[in-house]
Design a protein around this ligand. Structure first.
Ligand SMILES: Cc1cc2nc3c(=O)[nH]c(=O)nc-3n(C[C@H](O)[C@H](O)[C@H](O)COP(=O)(O)OP(=O)(O)OC[C@H]3O[C@@H](n4cnc5c(N)ncnc54)[C@H](O)[C@@H]3O)c2cc1C
Length: 609
């Protein structure tokens, strides 16, 4: 079996993985990024809307600064985030965006003069200043006090990833694509790299590294309906959890985006509502301003998704063969706006729905979108439990998002974390020599070889796609936007059974070579473990916070639940072990009202009855 040595190994070649790798390579270290697909096909490329950074260049962003961005982020998180991390993030985002501009990202710029914009369906006028001409501009994006989402037409992620990939190539970062990390190599104290399977040949390799980063993005595809790419199946989280030592943070914090289109679940960007798009019900009437007088369609995603679900439950949804939905109306924005600033939305509607959003309504419903939970790290991006293991991006619970990530904050997180965690990785590499223990490496390789051989020898009875579908349906039905004890208990019980089935797969194919069935069979038991971390974490968290809405515990409970869930999985267990830590050590802004959502709060000072 092939053994490949490097200083730095990133498992993942999206924005976060490549940005950290650039820091390592530019400091003179050998850096390799692994990816399931060519790096530019990573999910980051699908981000349409924008990246938050408090530049304050455009007129509607005037007066913006990191303090305001920080406040928006903490409120958005429903006080679930680590405030020290959110502060570093808000302070660094303006630097990160300027660096991306310097590297070549074609951000849209301020054009002086008068122009129109829409708020809640109403047409308003603004005038950009002459002295700001040519500076990076921004658009309105859910839940923020100022216009701060910098954008490249509607392909921010695409422009950022292509630019970053160029810089990575120039810096000497090597990309190894069409490979999948199956497990981490570690001795219980330090991480030495990963066992990796080539998706073209099926061959196993060991990548031995002094520092390893998990940057595998979100795990949305454990749900049936998700805006995530089909490669977002949580590979990095699975291998961290499987160490038994590295915990996952806040796995129950799953974000649903208000505007997935029906029935394909492709996202149409928040920029639609930011630019003035409205949500309509079966009677083609606006409703969001009734629930949320202040922010209306622009309240944070968890709030809008819940209000939409409530409205559908009142019988005001539009019936369709694919279930009930609501309408997104952008017709009033006009042809020029839609075919330029929202061009991708225009094309998605034309190509996938066969409708023209300039004249027709878009069918939308809340759809799984973002994973706030992930590999728990400290503020330097170092994973809990194993020396030499780091994590960044959506795969990580760094934790600046708490229980709800603000639109535009996650593209920003990838490059900001890339800068901050990248520097810490470099410091680590400069201060450490690692010995690779051949016994540990061989035993990690053999363990994966045994799994492959067992699947090929065909002792099991279950069909892999059927088991995957069963898992996705349980999450969709019982661990969605509104949750309660009965449903979550059912979910946990059913997922325990599904976990047994996932460990008893019979392949329909021979399992050799480039074989997607084998790849899923190897990944699936881990995916079900992630699903159990989500469902069990949600069952045990007896409060409502951000995207975690318990019908039986509707209050946000700062007295008992101002904590982060840590999920550990010891080999052979049928459920994760949950521990808790304070949500934040530094409190710059004490818990208070978010200003939208209207939920009740049990304050930290309240005594138990
Ligand atoms: C449709 C959509 C639109 C979005 N729009 C916005 C937006 O406008 N603004 C915003 O801020 N955020 C947006 N987001 C969120 C944002 O795009 C992501 O959070 C971010 O891009 C994640 O970047 P990443 O580098 O962490 O992961 P990714 O870009 O997902 O990269 C993950 C990498 O890991 C690799 N990988 C995965 N598993 C393995 C494995 N086992 N072994 C080896 N490699 C592996 C993949 O191949 C890939 O290279 C959007 C998300 C979606 C779903």
């Amino acid at each position: 079996m092939q053994i490949i040595y490097t200083d730095f190994l990133s498992i993942g070649s999206g924005l976060a993985g490549e940005r950290v790798a650039i820091e390592a390579a530019q400091a003179g270290f050998d850096a390799i990024c692994l990816s399931l697909v060519p790096p530019r096909r990573s999910h980051s490329s699908a981000a349409q809307g924008g990246m938050q950074a408090s530049l304050g260049n455009c007129i509607k962003g005037e007066g913006d600064c990191p303090d305001v961005h920080f406040l928006d982020t903490v409120k958005g998180s429903d006080w679930g985030c680590d405030q020290e991390v959110a502060r570093m993030f808000a302070d660094t985002a303006p630097v990160a965006i300027r660096q991306m501009a310097h590297w070549g990202v074609p951000w849209n710029r301020v054009v002086p003069g008068k122009s129109f914009y829409f708020k809640g369906g109403e047409k308003l006028e603004k005038e950009e200043k002459k002295e700001c001409e040519g500076l990076i501009t921004a658009r309105d994006f859910g839940g923020t006090a100022k216009w701060r989402a910098c954008y490249c037409s509607d392909g921010a992620g695409h422009a950022m990833l292509y630019t970053l990939d160029n810089v990575a190539i120039q810096s000497g970062v090597k990309a190894h694509d069409r490979v999948e990390a199956l497990s981490l190599i570690h001795d219980g104290e330090k991480c030495m790299g990963a066992v990796v399977r080539c998706l073209k040949t099926g061959e196993l390799r060991a990548y031995l590294a002094k520092a390893t980063l998990i940057a595998t993005g979100g795990f949305g595809r454990i749900y049936r309906a998700s805006t995530n790419a089909i490669i977002n199946e949580g590979g990095g989280l699975i291998i961290a959890l499987d160490t038994g030592i590295v915990p996952l943070g806040n796995m129950e914090a799953v974000q649903f985006h208000p505007t997935g289109i029906v029935p394909t679940d492709i996202l149409v960007t928040e920029g639609c509502r930011g630019d003035g798009g409205t949500l309509l019900d079966v009677n083609q009437e606006r409703f969001m301003h009734v629930y949320e007088p202040e922010k209306a369609e622009l309240a944070s995603r968890d709030v809008v998704s819940r209000r939409m679900t409530e409205h559908i439950r009142k019988g005001l949804g539009v019936k369709s063969p694919y279930g009930e939905h609501l309408w997104l109306d952008i017709r009033h924005l006009g042809e020029k706006h839609i075919t330029t600033k929202l061009r991708e939305v225009y094309e998605i509607c034309k190509n996938f729905l066969g409708i023209d959003p300039i004249t027709e309504l878009i069918p939308v419903r809340p759809t799984q979108h973002y994973s706030m939970g992930g590999v728990r790290t400290n503020k330097d991006g170092a994973a809990y439990g194993l020396k030499g293991l780091f994590s960044a991006g959506e795969a990580c619970c760094w934790d600046m998002h708490g229980f709800n990530r603000l639109g535009g904050n996650s593209l920003a997180e990838t490059v900001v974390a890339g800068m901050i965690v990248g520097k810490k990785v470099v410091e680590f590499l400069q201060g450490n020599e690692t010995n690779f223990d051949t016994g540990v490496v061989n035993s990690a390789l053999n363990k994966q070889k045994e799994r492959v051989d067992n699947l090929i020898s065909g002792e099991g009875t279950e069909e892999v796609y059927a088991v995957r579908d069963a898992m996705q349906d349980v999450l969709m039905d019982y661990v969605g936007i509104f949750r309660n004890e009965k449903d979550l208990t059912l979910a946990v019980d059913q997922l325990k059974e599904i976990h047994k089935r996932a460990n008893n797969i019979k392949l329909q194919s021979n399992g050799l070579g480039a074989n997607p069935e084998m790849a899923l069979a190897l990944r699936l038991p881990g995916m079900v473990r992630l699903a159990l971390c989500v469902a069990y974490g949600a069952l045990e968290r007896k409060e409502s916070r951000g995207s975690h809405a318990r019908e039986d515990y509707p209050e946000r409970n700062d007295r008992d639940w101002l904590v982060r869930t840590l999920a550990y999985w010891k080999e052979g267990q049928e459920l994760p072990e949950l521990k808790y830590e304070p949500a934040t050590q530094v409190v710059e802004i004490p818990p208070g009202d978010r200003g939208y959502g209207g939920g009740k709060i049990i304050s930290a000072e309240t005594k138990e009855a």
